[in-house]
Ligand binder design. Structure first.
Ligand SMILES: Nc1nc2c(ncn2[C@@H]2O[C@H](COP(=O)(O)OP(=O)(O)O)[C@@H](O)[C@H]2O)c(=O)[nH]1
Ligand SMILES: [Mg+2]
Length: 622
């Protein structure tokens, strides 16, 4: 039964013709859609949102998606982009044809580049699925019409679409034969395209490309800015150096008594001369010592060099360890990482800004963007990172564009690496508690895994709009809300984002979150991938600790031996030992497997004891 049902569904789907109407704003797309459907399906005022209507025409199912149209002055670029994305969602799995509606009556004034808009929004591939639809044929004379069609602009446009175009009258004058002809031409085009439709995958691929392109430009701009800054600093540094040099020259000149007192050096005090004498003597001793060492004790020299090198290596190692641990290290994750989730327009961004106590994220109430954003700050003495996310929970396209959603979620998780401590689930009080919100817990589990709920914390916004009710009363009133709260361990907090100055609400929230983290044993959320990575890191950390300890032991023991041997002027032995130590040190630093010092020099302790005995013997003989 089920399969028969599926088959008939499939059959019906395969017969459905999906049309997306494009064109300049107010070109007359909505009336055209009504002409095709043969009824007043769409409202004929300026369209602000993409909308879908279906109908049966010529015994077939037709879906038409009306769009706001390009160059719409009422919409921002971002809103326009969202509406176009929505049109693709409404048209799932993708349109058979984009009808580019051009009004013959206003064609002369409409010199804007429509083709470019299509390419930018839907990509080059969309041109294969596009057909021009001239409307308002009855409004222009035959001569005028011929002129328009033959004109250079029209030919240029039509060339992009292999000359595909149709002509119909305005709605009031449109007869069904024109629509039949239009549908026939569309069928012809679909046939030429091998029955394929423009797919949402193509759309998403283009969007990704566009985003990556923008990201690249942003990165390049950032790089150039940094480079400029660096050059500026370099210049300032050079100027400082020059000023310092001039200052020093001037000081030297002054010390020498200035040009007028040249030759009056004998005026220097007796003490100064004694000091100079001492310096000279010291210098002579040191020279003698150096010569002695060079001539008589080349091996000792070499030994000292190795000791120095070993010390430097130790320093480098310590520096490396310290660098990994200092807070200045940008790769060091914040102490508290918060990811904000929720429907669009519930106050996610406002909440993030309230926590940070500044407009760190884009101005609120802007249409929901499609990417995550991260901001770092120190709040109430805590080093925190906040990741603001798009309205994943309700924006309809995410349901259909699952791959894209997964990619975005992964990207956000990367931003909060090694994983957020808390998912702040923002819910708007006084709003409509929608189906999407009722399914929130399931959504979180599906997209972040079962474990994520343990890290979820509810924040109610718009608490200022609760009139005579308390928050408790409000929650008690809604069984669905209670259920959601129970699933999230009853953890919640309320926010009035209108009172950003009231930092108590943020401090209290952070305290509650900390309690939750404590209850979670201090753990942050980690997806499967990062859990594995963490295990690997822990293993590595243990190795690291062992290595540190081994190196420390090695250095201490050999240092003692070296000192002892130098005391006996047994430089050759000392040299050999320092070579052994260096070898062991190198091996310890490079090897994946770590061993103890005694594995390298098994008889180290014996050697040490042996020398202690020698020393005692020497003392007795003295
Ligand atoms: N009265 C009131 N308005 C708020 C509150 N929180 C957010 N808003 C407003 O709600 C709208 C949506 O907020 P926004 O942060 O952009 O929502 P988002 O889409 O979830 O990020 C904006 O106009 C905010 O100024 C609040 O606690 N009280
Ligand atoms: Mg937002």
């Amino acid at each position: 039964m089920a399969s028969a049902q599926n088959e008939s569904d499939e059959e019906r789907d395969s017969q459905e013709l999906r049309i997306v109407l494009l064109g300049a704003s107010e070109a007359g797309k909505s009336p055209t859609a009504n002409s095709i459907l043969g009824r007043e399906a769409f409202k004929e005022s300026r369209t602000r949102e993409s909308e879908k209507q279906t109908g049966r025409v010529e015994d077939r199912n037709i879906s038409i998606i009306d769009t706001p149209g390009f160059f719409n002055t009422q919409l921002t670029d971002e809103e326009m982009k969202n509406e176009m994305m929505k049109s693709m969602y409404l048209c799932y799995p993708g349109p058979h044809v984009f009808l580019l509606v051009i009004n013959l009556e206003t064609f002369r004034e409409e010199q804007r580049n429509l083709v470019e808009q299509i390419q930018e929004t839907f990509g080059e591939e969309a041109l294969l699925f596009t057909m021009v639809l001239f409307i308002g044929r009855e409004k222009v004379s035959r001569r005028e019409f011929n002129q328009i069609i033959a004109s250079e602009e029209t030919q240029k446009i039509l060339n992009y679409f292999e000359g595909r175009f149709n002509v119909i009258n305005s709605k009031s004058e449109c007869d069904s034969s024109q629509i039949i002809k239009l549908l026939k031409n569309i069928d012809e085009m679909v046939k030429n395209n091998g029955g394929q439709n423009y797919s949402n995958e193509i759309y998403l691929k283009n969007q990704r490309k566009l985003r990556e392109h923008k990201e690249r430009i942003k990165q390049e701009e950032k790089r150039l800015k940094q480079e400029k800054e660096r050059m500026k600093h370099e210049q300032v540094r050079k100027i400082h150096m020059e000023v310092k040099k001039i200052q020093e020259d001037s000081d030297t000149w002054k010390q020498k008594g200035g040009i007028n007192q040249k030759g009056d050096i004998t005026m220097r005090s007796k003490e100064e001369r004694i000091k100079d004498d001492n310096e000279r003597k010291k210098d002579n001793v040191s020279k003698k010592k150096t010569r002695y060492l060079r001539e008589n004790e080349a091996a000792v020299q070499e030994n000292l060099r190795r000791q120095m090198e070993s010390r430097r290596e130790k320093e480098r190692w310590r520096w490396k360890l310290e660098r990994e641990m200092t807070p200045e290290n940008p790769s060091r994750p914040a102490d508290l990482r918060i990811m904000i989730l929720g429907k669009s327009d519930v106050g996610k961004t406002a909440t993030a800004n309230t926590i940070l106590s500044r407009n760190a994220f884009r101005a609120e109430a802007q249409s929901d963007t499609l990417t995550c954003e991260k901001q770092d700050a120190v709040v109430s003495g805590r080093n925190i990172s906040i990741i603001d996310t798009p309205g994943w929970l309700d924006a309809p396209w995410y349901k259909h564009f699952q791959d894209e959603l997964k990619r975005d979620i992964d990207k956000c998780l990367e931003m909060s690496a090694p994983g957020p401590h808390v998912f702040l689930l923002v819910i708007r009080l006084n709003g409509i508690y929608t189906e999407e919100e009722k399914n929130t817990v399931k959504w979180i589990q599906t997209n972040f895994g079962e474990d994520a709920v343990r890290h979820t914390f509810v924040v109610f916004t718009h608490v200022d709009l609760l009139k005579d009710e308390s928050l408790d009363q409000y929650i008690r009133k809604s069984p669905d809300l209670q259920l959601l709260m129970d699933s999230c361990g009853g953890r919640f907090h309320s926010f009035n984002n209108q009172h950003r100055n009231n930092q108590n609400q943020a401090t209290e929230l952070l305290e509650k979150i900390e309690q939750m983290i404590k209850d979670n044993g201090g753990e942050h959320y980690a997806n499967e991938k990062s859990r594995k990575k963490k295990q690997e890191e822990m293993r590595h950390d243990n190795i690291h600790e062992d290595t540190k300890k081994n190196l420390h032991d090695l250095t201490r023991e050999t240092d003692e031996l070296l000192t002892l041997m130098m005391g006996f002027e047994m430089s050759e032995m000392a040299l050999r030992l320092s070579q052994v130590r260096e070898m062991a040190h190198n091996n310890l630093s490079k090897q994946g497997k770590w061993q103890t010092i005694h594995d390298f020099i098994p008889n180290m302790s014996e050697t040490f004891l042996w020398f202690c005995m020698l020393r005692e013997l020497a003392e007795v003989m003295h």
